[in-house]
Design a protein around this ligand. Structure first.
Ligand SMILES: [Zn+2]
Length: 56
């Protein structure tokens, strides 16, 4: 499970504490500490997301 300060790669990560999401757009982006001070994140499935306008 990725923690803050890590670079887990592109994708959307959800705070395990509050569920807030962070999206990393580059493989070099770093996960930041969540506003709730949560430090653990789990990666969301990228394919099944229907947030906004999903492209095919
Ligand atoms: Zn949080």
């Amino acid at each position: 499970m990725p923690n803050k300060g890590q670079k887990p790669g592109k994708g959307t990560y959800m705070c395990t504490e509050c569920g807030a999401e962070q999206t990393l757009r580059k493989d070099t982006d770093v996960l930041e500490q969540c506003g709730c001070e949560g430090m653990e994140f789990k990666k969301k499935g990228e394919r099944k997301q229907t947030v906004g306008s999903a492209k095919k």
